[in-house]
Design a protein around this ligand. Sequence first.
Ligand code: GDP
Ligand code: IMO
Ligand code: MG
Length: 421
Amino acid sequence: MDVLLGLQWGDEGKGKIVDVLAPQYEVVARFQGGPNAGHTLEFDGIKHVLHQIPSGIFRSQILNIIGNGVVLDPIILKKEIDALGKFSIDFRKNLVISKKATIIIPTHKLLDAALEQAKGDKKIGSTLKGIGPTYQDKIGRAALRIGDILRSDFKEKYEALVEKHKSTLSFYGFPIDALAEMEKQFFEAVDFIKTLSLIDSEYTVNEALRSNKRILAEGAQGSLLDIDFGSYPYVTSSTTTTAGACTGLGVAPSKIGEVFGIFKAYCTRVGSGPFPTELLDATGDAMRKEGNEYGSTTGRPRRCGWLDLPALKYSIMINGVTKLFMMKADVLNIFDEILVCTDYQLPYGQKIDTLSFEITETQVKPVYKKMKGWHCALDQVRTYEEFPQALKDYVQYLEEALQVPIALVSVGPDRVQTIRR
Ligand code: GDP
Ligand code: IMO
Ligand code: MG
């Protein structure tokens, strides 16, 4: 099983690349996260954003698995499937859902909002999809799982959990007027999900491995949002790194093959938390405009900055990345000079290139290496040979600094704007 994951703060372009690589696989599986993800695919003039459905769904020969590590919102899943109506996808055949995946219920979303509101200026900048509260219930052994919807006592279990949530919401003084309508939609969606293939997907995955079928595990979010290794508490609530693919699908570590690490040629982040190379000036604004850096899930403007090598090296180490894919190289076309952060300078002068426990609290100053820009439109480029020399130099410099081959460079959102090396 190969794993593909984001090495930064999410939105690296995972959806696009899963869709591009999918023909080489028989199975594509999501292993963590939920509707906080927004994975964009573009082909044949169509742009589509997937939140919970794996990005192999447009290829009819592929089995798409929503694994046990995912937190699933039935309302959003139903909407996603409805929105795919025009593509004539056979969802009974091409999509399966783990019975052990955790359900996001309406009060999880209200709790997410209540907790964020209570944090004031310390808020995480959550997508408000209920991710944190749902994983909290999972770890607290109180959550409902997809398999539970098939049981006769589902409604009672649901009510019991909602009662607990209501007492917390009342503690925070958070209004629950919206709940009745949300519940109506929720139970309609649950009835719909009962008609899909709900399975013990760990058996499906391991049987596929035994019969030498190729599986691609599709990460959501990014390594710097990982619950353990991200800039805690400004993180998401799941294991976004390679290890999460093992627990989130039921695959042994020894079965992991390639680990594809995706990064943008610069950095973006949505939500709060440290971002050493963030550009709060006209350069950052130009990057946001050129890269169309607005959230695929929430529409929020993404914070933008130069590439951060200490952060990237950290993600490569934690994930055991075997191949790197560099995305959005075309966005840097507009700059005369391109900066790369090689080290962090601590407030008292010392230079480091590591992400320590203190990183969330410490104001580090990035130390930059300056590279020449290429000022060359790349959208029509289809081979590495056609790259301007300055871009080749950028790629080579990064490869040497990161000690992992850059196997693919993306020069636009479309499937065809993908250059393999
Ligand atoms: P994901 O969450 O990692 O799947 O990434 P998102 O879909 O949230 O954000 C990536 C955005 O960049 C999407 O709008 C993609 O269509 C777009 N994109 C992907 N690759 C490229 C690229 O190489 N160049 C440009 N300009 N856009 C890209
Ligand atoms: P994809 O898969 C970018 C961020 C949120 C917030 C933090 C916690 O599209 O790359 P959460 O709702 O998970 O509790 O929010 O994580 N975040 C993402 N940022 N891309 C994502 O997913 C994200 N999913 C969550 O903005 O800062
Ligand atoms: Mg995204």
